[in-house]
Each structure stands twice: as structure tokens, then as C-alpha cells.
Write a protein that binds this ligand. Sequence first.
Ligand code: SF4
Ligand code: SF4
Length: 62
Amino acid sequence: MSRPIINEEECSACGICVDACSESVIEIVGDQAEAVRDEDCTACAACMEECPMGAIEEIEED
Ligand code: SF4
Ligand code: SF4
């Protein structure tokens, strides 16, 4: 299992990752993206690949 980690200092709140995620894991909260349903993450990496700021990385978890 893995989940996305979003670097708030690099996130521009563009919303591209929200649209890229088929599992609705990410939402814009305030002025940044947040992984609000990371338990639904399938580790597809679409959010990470689409983010123009390079603000997302995936962390492996047990
Ligand atoms: S795609 Fe990147 S910069 Fe845009 S909202 Fe998501 S994390 Fe932030
Ligand atoms: S890795 Fe895939 S499922 Fe997980 S948050 Fe990113 S786009 Fe959504």
C-alpha cells in the first residue's frame, strides 16, 4: 500500500492532481492539495506524474 505525500510549499493548488485521481483521494483544501482519502489510493502514480510542480511523491507503507 502507498499514499501520496503533497509538499505544501511547492503546491500551487492548480487542481490537476484532483482531476488526475480516479479514486477521488485528493481535494483542494484552502490553498493546497490534500490527500483526504488516502486509504483509497491505488498507488497508480497518476497524480505524481501530472503535477506540474513536482509536489507529490508516494510513500510506501505496510
Ligand atoms: S497537481 Fe501539484 S501543484 Fe497542482 S494541486 Fe496537485 S499537488 Fe498542487
Ligand atoms: S497514486 Fe493514483 S490513486 Fe493514489 S492519490 Fe495519486 S492518482 Fe489517486
